[in-house]
Design a protein around this ligand. Sequence first.
Ligand SMILES: C[S@@+](CC[C@H](N)C(=O)[O-])C[C@H]1O[C@@H](n2cnc3c(N)ncnc32)[C@H](O)[C@@H]1O
Length: 354
Amino acid sequence: MPRHQFLPDTVWVRDGQGGYRPINRSTDPEEWMAAAYADQALVTQFTDGLPSSSASMPSMVLRMLQLTQVTAPERTRQQPLRAIELGTGTGFNAALLCALLGQSAVTTVELDPVLAEQGERNLKAAGYAPTVVQADAAQGCPGSAPSARVLATFSVDQVPPAWIAQTAPGGRIVTPWTSAWCCYGTLALTVSASGTAEGRFHDFASFMPMRPGSDQDTANGAHAQAIAAEEAKSATALSPWAVAGGELDAEFHLGLTVPGAFFSWDTTGEHAPVRLRVEDTTSTSWASVDYDGAHTTEFTVTQAGPRQLWDEIAVAYASWENNGRPGVARHGLTVHADGEHTLWLDSPDRPFEV
Ligand SMILES: C[S@@+](CC[C@H](N)C(=O)[O-])C[C@H]1O[C@@H](n2cnc3c(N)ncnc32)[C@H](O)[C@@H]1O
């Protein structure tokens, strides 16, 4: 699939300093073409200063297609395998689905009307005409249900019940995962005849989060209202670097087991030489953990609000250690028809108490 045919004239790549730099087709045609065929994600749109659409990293696209089980052997089926892609973006992944399954079996859904139109044009130019729907993918795509495969190309922290309801028994749902704490992992679920969906997380991929549809509240509002709640001080032996310093397995586990909590580092030195600040998307709770520049076995904790966020994190981290420091792939989810999520370790008969 000629990836460059799906790209806009300007794409953005990471600049190595936490930002992005543009590559323009007319001013730097060689670099632009090299970027098109490098194994890297290319940002194609920013909204409010943050990437809001991209051409995903090709190796991730391939791994997601493999997990979705739409690769070549399916073509021998009598019935065409119907697939819904959520997040059309450039249309590149939808084109691959068309090549694998036939365009009449493919529907792709995009929230942004400009992207939906451009994606459809890109697909047409590449010789494909799947059904392109401009809509909020949180509702799935009722017009194309039931489908045997649902493949999201943005990350979620909950599996929308509509996706399960619209997937035929035995069908697969594959979606990148995120939590307030950690954006990582890919969940692959199989839907049963009873309407539950069950499956494991896989140890790859970090995708931009699902955008809220226009009728939804924008999340993360609660923490913005500062409150003068009573502050409680204590000491902790748990290093802030253990939970937020880049240990992916721990951070992934905390994201699943301490819902709503998110963190930022304060290295300005204003309050302490280094401070980890923890906040909550669902309440005004916050906590801070200060390193005094000298002691690495004891840190000062301040907490306020209805949730004792640091206490929750310390309990969840201890539980992660007691369970043998499970990696991403030891985690799994059962999603019930009513939307309830049950987390498990190793197998569905080992539900994990959150
Ligand atoms: C990583 S990009 C998709 C890459 C794309 N599949 C490709 O091959 O180029 C994620 C896309 O999901 C779209 N998106 C995010 N939230 C959405 C939502 N609620 N409904 C539909 N599309 C959404 C974004 O606008 C963006 O285009």
